[in-house]
Design a protein around this ligand. Sequence first.
Ligand SMILES: C[S@@+](CC[C@H](N)C(=O)[O-])C[C@H]1O[C@@H](n2cnc3c(N)ncnc32)[C@H](O)[C@@H]1O
Length: 283
Amino acid sequence: MEKHNKRGLKVAYFTLNSYLCSKRNRTMGKGKLAKFAEMETFKNVFQYPFSVIDNVPFEMKGRWREDYFHNDNPIVLELGCGKGEYAVELARLYPDKNFIGVDIKGARMWTGAKQALEAGLGNVAFLRTNIEIIDRFFAPDEVQEIWLTFSDPQMKNPRKRLTSTYFMNRYRRFLTDGGLVHLKTDSNFLFTYTTYMAGENSLPVAFRTEDLYHEEGLDEETRRLLAIQTYYESMWIERGLNIRYMRFALPHAGELHEPDVEIPLDEYRSYHRSKRTPKETGK
Ligand SMILES: C[S@@+](CC[C@H](N)C(=O)[O-])C[C@H]1O[C@@H](n2cnc3c(N)ncnc32)[C@H](O)[C@@H]1O
């Protein structure tokens, strides 16, 4: 799809530019400025933060395959993709699937988008937006799988937790019936919560491990899939934490209920974090 040939998109870009310019002038460093400027030229990036999509509907909703990917292949989302490691690497591994990395942080997304362009990967795109409004970008049954990679556990706020029933209800609006949700995380809190959430709602769990890198007997496909390491994953591994993974199906039928459980908080992840590692400050 031509990015600039539709009136709605032009308005969106105009609004976005004004938004970005004011925000940039106030808060951003030079590196980020350059990345934002370059990203506006990337054909594989669509930028619709909350403020923009509120004014202009997303015209590619229901048309990602026809207008962008130009094939009928399944669509897989990486939500909270950061630098987009999963989106890009999965796109290399599975040329017969389409991948879309979603995040609100443009400077991180730039890394994946740039790599995908340089590698000529036509089966991966990036969407910069708030996941809270993700259903505005995809029509019913348009997406087959979702990856959640090292999502913030949001220990204090279940409504912001990407595996909460609040988000599951959002995902149901565009994920096919029984579509897969993958969760890869360092967080015992998020992993335990998600296990309870799936149990409470009888969501079929297809695979689950509390210690991915010491799990024996993984089949070749799963091993390949899980060998991809994200930026945050490498950070947590460096700190000696084990990595957890589960995938479950999300059927459409039935009302979803939040689990009513007390889960021990992750102590290493103080939400009043006062010190940041060099890697974190460099993000
Ligand atoms: C802990 S980082 C993980 C990034 C990447 N998946 C990784 O493993 O390196 C969480 C990412 O999710 C994004 N994120 C969290 N909540 C979001 C939301 N509601 N909307 C959009 N992005 C969100 C953040 O901007 C951040 O890049």
